[in-house]
Ligand binder design. Structure first.
Ligand SMILES: [Zn+2]
Ligand SMILES: [Zn+2]
Length: 645
């Protein structure tokens, strides 16, 4: 996310017109069947305020003054409130109880009795309310609710509920904050509620964006289209940083309109790309503009652009791991074409306690981010990390703690990792160009292996903006995770990742390392296991390619076994490792001489070129069903796409 490895491009404030035009383009391209916003009935404000950061620059002094105390104090709001229909009187106002945090929300009486149901359910058409229009229109006019709360502390989630009545087809949300330096996100749960893991999650932004809409047949970037069902909906405001408690004002505009001609349905996911076993290369940490911070960098790859990048670089697959949102997964088959595997994913981004990439979920699956580490109070609608991990596993996904040692974004569920249920199956020990935090992650991971924890290593580029990323050594496929999978297809790639049948290399055409171990009739590849008596010798073979001039180190639970200067681009190193009495492992690192970031001569990355997952060495008899495993290296080195085979 913004700030990782220092990537932090200042937000360039687009004009309201530019934002609107961008939103219109986005919706037209992505949801071509959607009805134009104008079809939403009289009074609908359509896309006008979507991203319209300041729909009410022109709002008159009365526009909110009666609705929200403090708004009229003026000057403090970074974004002027959207126009609010004048409240019809105190009897039309409802003070809602904001769950937790002691905030309060005001419901301003709207012009519509259809579009807005009073939360308390009583006298909503009561005395003092506006007289319904004499002319009966088919659809209710837009109505507006203003919700307020107080953002008080980092890690807090504000919940601002509002009620949606029948006939609403579009929900438009815009946030303003009293303190411009407060860092806040904003997201939405529909009538299914904001409980942990709710299927009613519709999307969320970090602090880069503050205005969006969802409709039955389309939605803003990062949000999910779908039915607008009546009931209690909830705006969520995650608080990233506030210098002092500050007021938040959220304007919700509900518009009616005809039901969409066609119900929204997501596209297909990518099916079988290549039905044959092989070593496949991929990037497991890819952001698209559906992540608000990547959007903010202006040059992030869309899923379709990621597919093109895969073609150019020789990558076979890429996981779409956007921050807490899943809108990037809606049309992956269309985006990928026939020859690239784009895997649906998400980056669970707990703004205070760590991130985890999730690869291989289904379209429509979403993973919650509201976890707190053990020893801390559980927030409302929160859960422990075990629940997140179990949910992801049940979805068939591969989960890896992301950039787990990066300052400010560390994985802080370390106590939980002592228990298998609190341990992600994967560990992204190499994120972007290899830096000091990655070196720390490799050491931490080696410590886990020594304890017998079967945590699988992987890498990922974490590329956000292409231009800003390039200055810091961020590139697609840097690093690349190479898996041995039964097929180029999501389930097969996930199975390979979960089994640790992989190595990580600095770039798509980087050094390759094929590790095998054998004893008697057992033969295992990386991620596998060899059994025998304590002290029994295991033959280890390491074939390294494209590593001339580098050093290959064989590492076991006891430390470095051997280091070999590699003198050719296709060399095999042999070693014998006894099975340790308490069990152990063998793995390989290939290191070179370090590299300099292009354009940043003073910043050097570490010398890691390639590292493998371990092969486990276990005292005991092999299971009866254990079969020798082989995984022949490709005929030619380098990406499959550039080879002739
Ligand atoms: Zn992250
Ligand atoms: Zn990321």
């Amino acid at each position: 996310m913004c700030g990782h490895h220092g990537v932090d491009t200042p937000c360039q404030d687009l004009t309201r017109e530019a934002l609107e035009a961008q939103e219109r383009r986005y919706v037209a391209e992505r949801y071509p069947d959607a009805q134009p916003p104008g079809a939403n009935g009289p009074g609908a404000d359509g896309a006008d305020a979507a991203d319209g950061t300041d729909a009410a620059r022109s709002a008159g002094p009365g526009a909110g003054a009666g609705a929200v105390k403090g708004a009229e104090a003026g000057g403090g709001w970074t974004r002027a409130p959207a126009p609010v229909p004048p409240p019809a009187g105190l009897s039309r106002r409802r003070v809602l109880t904001v769950a937790g945090f002691g905030g309060g929300a005001l419901l301003a009486g709207g012009a519509s009795v259809l579009g807005l149901a009073a939360c308390s359910g009583d006298d909503r058409a009561g005395a003092g309310g506006p007289t319904p229009r004499a002319t009966v229109t088919s659809f209710p006019p837009a109505s507006t609710v203003v919700l307020t709360g107080t953002a008080a502390s980092r890690g807090q989630y504000l919940y601002l509920p509002f009620d949606v009545g029948p006939g609403v087809n579009r929900v438009q949300v815009a946030m303003a904050k009293a303190d411009p330096t407060a860092k806040l996100g904003i997201g939405l749960f529909d009538h299914r509620g904001p409980a942990y893991g709710s299927p009613g999650f519709r999307g969320i932004y970090g602090d880069e964006r503050s205005s969006f809409f969802v409709a039955a047949d389309s939605a803003s970037q990062s949000f999910l289209p779908g039915p607008i069902e009546p009931g209690r909906w909830t705006v969520i405001v995650p608080v990233f940083a506030v210098p002092a408690p500050t007021q938040v004002m959220v304007t919700v505009t509900l518009s009616g309109g005809p039901a969409p001609a066609r119900a929204f349905a997501p596209g297909a996911t990518v099916g079988m790309v290549l039905n044959k076993p092989g070593w496949y290369r991929g990037d497991l940490h890819c952001h698209t503009p559906e992540s608000s911070d990547a959007w903010n960098q202006r040059t992030a790859h869309t899923p379709a652009a990621w597919a093109n990048v895969c073609r150019e670089l020789g990558l076979d697959f890429a996981a779409m791991t956007d921050h807490n949102v899943v809108s990037q997964n809606l049309f992956l088959a269309r985006d990928a074409g026939s020859d690239v595997l784009l895997m649906p994913g998400e980056e669970m981004t707990n703004w205070s306690f760590g991130h985890a990439t999730v690869s291989g979920i289904d379209v429509g699956d979403w993973l919650d981010f509201r976890q707190t580490p053990e020893g801390m109070p559980l927030p409302e609608n929160g859960a422990r990390i075990d629940r997140f991990l179990a949910t992801a596993r049940d979805m068939g996904a591969y989960v890896a703690a992301a950039h787990p040692s990066f300052p400010g974004l560390k994985w802080q569920f370390g106590a939980e990792m002592e228990r298998p249920a609190g341990r992600p199956v994967g560990y992204e020990l190499w994120t972007g160009s290899y830096g000091p935090d990655d070196e720390q992650s490799v050491q931490a991971w080696d410590g886990m292996l020594r304890k017998g924890w079967r945590v699988c290593a992987n890498g990922g580029s974490d590329l956000h903006g292409v231009e800003s990323g390039a200055k810091q050594g961020f590139k697609a496929g840097t690093p690349t995770t190479v898996v041995y999978a039964d097929a180029l297809e999501t389930k097969a790639v996930i199975a390979a990742l979960r089994a640790g049948r992989s190595f990580v290399t600095r770039r798509p055409d980087g050094a390759e390392c094929y590790l095998t171990a054998s004893r008697e009739n057992q033969r295992a590849i990386v991620g596998g296991e060899v059994f025998g008596g304590a002290g029994d010798p295991v033959s280890v073979q390491v074939r390294v390619r494209r590593a001339g001039g580098m050093r290959a180190t064989v590492i076991t639970q006891a430390g470095t076994l051997s280091t070999t200067q590699v003198t050719s681009d296709d060399q095999t190193i042999e070693a014998t490792v006894p099975i340790p009495p308490a069990g152990g492992y063998v793995r390989v690192e290939v290191r070179g001489s370090g590299h300099t970031y292009e354009g940043m001569p003073l910043a050097a990355e570490g010398d890691m070129e390639c590292l493998t997952n371990p092969i486990w060495l276990t005292v005991g008899n092999p299971p009866a069903n254990l079969r020798p495993t082989t995984a022949p290296p490709p005929d030619r080195p380098g990406p499959r796409r550039t080879s002739t085979s």
